[in-house]
Design a protein around this ligand. Structure first.
Ligand SMILES: Cc1ncc(COP(=O)(O)O)c(C=O)c1O
Length: 379
C-alpha cells in the first residue's frame, strides 16, 4: 500500500514494464539524443495532461520543479516564487522553505513565516520565496497581490502529498488560477504525486489548467524520472531559435531510455478504466478506515484523492498543513510499526497509495490489521 511512495501504480515487477525495460536494455541504455521511447512517453503524457503543449524529461521530480522555477524566471524576468506552507517539491534550494515548519516557527496562519527547510540555506534564497497558506484563498490572494510585480510563479501541489495527502479545495486552486493569470504570474501544478489521481491528473479532476506542470514518480514506471512542461510560449525559453531569453536544460541522462520505456509501458496500462477502479478502491479504503476508527472510538481524519490516502489521528478536520500537526505522534509511530509487524508498509506519516494489484479483499484485510494494531495500542 505504499508502492515506493506512489511510484509503482501497477505494483512491483509488472510483466509489461519488465518486458519494456528488457527490450530497451537490448537496444542500449543511454544515447546522446532523444529516443523513440521518449517520444512515446511524451505522447502518452500529452494525451493525459492536456495543458502539456511541450514537455522535457529529467531524472527526478526534484529536477522537474527546479527546471520549472528556472523556466518561469527566464520567461517572466522576475525572481520570486510563491509556494504553499507544507508543500514539498524535492531537495533543490529554491523551494526548500516552510516544508515542515513546526507550529511555533510557522507564524501567523494568514501570513506564514519563511522557515528554511534545511540548515545552511542562504538567506538570499529564503527571501526569494513567498509562503502561501494552503487552502486559504483570501489570504493567499492578498499575499500574491502584495508581491505581484516580483513573482515569476506560484507552485502548488493540487493535494499536499508528502505532508498528508490533503487535497486543495477547488476554490483555492481557482483563486490561484485567477490571480496569477491576471498578474502575468505563471501557475505551476506540481503533479509528481497527484498525476495518478485521475486519467487527466489532478488538473483534470479540478478542471483547472495551469501554465506549467511538473511530473515524476509513476511516469517512470519505477525508474528514476521527472518531467516538466506546459505552455509552448513558456517552453520556448529552451529554443535557441525563438529569439527570446534562452535557457539551457542540459543533463547527461535526461530522458533516460530505460525510464522512458518503463514509463510508457506503465501509462499504456493506466487506462481510464484502471483509474476508475483505483478511485473506487481508494474510496473504499478511506471509508473502511473511518468505520474501523468509529467502532474503536478513535478520532481520525482520512484524507486523500483517488488512490492516494492519509490517515490522521485527530478530531480536527484536516484541510491545511498545520491541521496535520495536531496528531499524537507517538500513537502514529506505534500504528506505523504495528502495521509493519502485520506486513503493511505505509509512509511513516501513515500515507499510502493503492496500486492496481490491490483488490477489495486486500483492503478489508488491511483495515482488519489496522483495527488490531489500534486496539493493541489504546488498551
Ligand atoms: C510533490 C513532489 N514534488 C517533487 C518531488 C521530488 O521528486 P524526487 O524525489 O523524484 O526528486 C516529490 C517527491 O516526493 C514530491 O512529492
Amino acid at each position: 500500500l505504499f508502492s515506493n511512495f506512489s511510484t509503482l501504480v501497477l505494483g512491483h515487477n509488472h510483466p509489461a514494464v519488465l518486458a519494456a525495460i528488457q527490450r530497451q536494455l537490448a537496444r542500449g541504455t543511454s544515447f546522446f539524443g532523444p529516443t523513440d521511447a521518449q517520444t512515446r512517453l511524451a505522447q502518452l503524457l500529452q494525451e493525459r495532461i492536456l495543458s502539456l503543449e511541450q514537455v522535457r524529461f529529467t531524472n527526478s521530480g526534484t529536477e522537474a520543479t527546479m527546471n520549472a522555477v528556472r523556466a518561469a524566471r527566464a520567461f517572466t524576468g522576475r525572481s520570486m516564487i510563491a509556494k504553499c506552507e507544507g508543500g514539498y517539491h524535492g531537495t533543490h534550494e529554491a523551494l526548500a522553505v516552510s516544508v515542515t515548519p513546526s507550529l511555533i516557527e510557522a507564524g501567523s496562519p494568514d501570513r506564514p513565516a519563511n522557515v528554511p527547510a534545511d540548515p545552511g540555506l542562504p538567506q538570499s534564497v529564503v527571501d526569494q520565496v513567498l509562503v502561501l497558506p494552503f487552502n486559504n484563498p483570501t489570504a493567499a490572494e492578498r499575499l500574491i497581490m502584495e508581491h505581484r510585480y516580483e513573482l515569476a510563479a506560484v507552485i502548488v501541489e493540487p493535494a499536499l502529498g508528502t505532508n498528508g495527502m490533503v487535497p486543495a479545495t477547488t476554490e483555492f486552486l481557482s483563486t490561484l488560477r485567477r490571480v496569477t493569470a491576471s498578474n502575468g504570474i505563471l501557475l505551476v501544478f506540481d503533479e509528481v504525486v497527484t498525476f495518478q489521481s485521475g486519467f487527466h491528473g489532478a488538473q483534470g479532476r479540478y478542471g483547472i489548467t495551469p501554465d506549467m506542470t511538473t511530473l515524476g514518480k509513476v511516469i517512470g514506471g519505477g525508474m528514476p524520472v521527472g518531467a516538466f512542461g506546459g505552455r509552448k510560449d513558456v517552453m520556448a525559453v529552451y529554443d535557441p531559435k525563438a529569439g527570446g531569453a534562452y535557457l539551457s536544460h542540459a543533463g547527461t541522462f535526461n530522458g533516460h531510455p530505460l525510464a522512458m520505456a518503463a514509463g510508457a509501458a506503465t501509462l499504456e496500462h493506466l487506462t481510464e478504466r484502471t483509474h476508475a477502479a483505483l478511485e473506487a478502491k481508494g474510496e473504499l479504503l478511506r471509508q473502511r478506515v473511518r468505520a474501523a476508527c468509529t467502532v474503536l472510538e478513535v478520532p481520525v481524519q482520512v484524507t486523500g484523492i483517488g488512490p492516494l490516502f492519509g490517515i490522521h489521528f485527530t478530531d480536527r478536520p484536516v484541510h491545511t498543513y498545520r491541521d496535520t500537526l495536531y496528531v499524537d505522534r507517538e500513537f502514529r509511530r506505534r500504528v506505523f510499526l504495528g502495521l509493519l509487524n502485520e506486513g503493511y508498509l505505509l509512509g511513516p506519516k501513515l500515507l499510502g497509495c493503492i496500486s492496481t494489484p490491490v483488490e477489495e479483499g486486500h483492503i478489508l484485510a488491511f483495515t482488519d490489521a489496522l483495527t488490531r494494531v489500534i486496539a493493541r495500542n489504546i488498551r
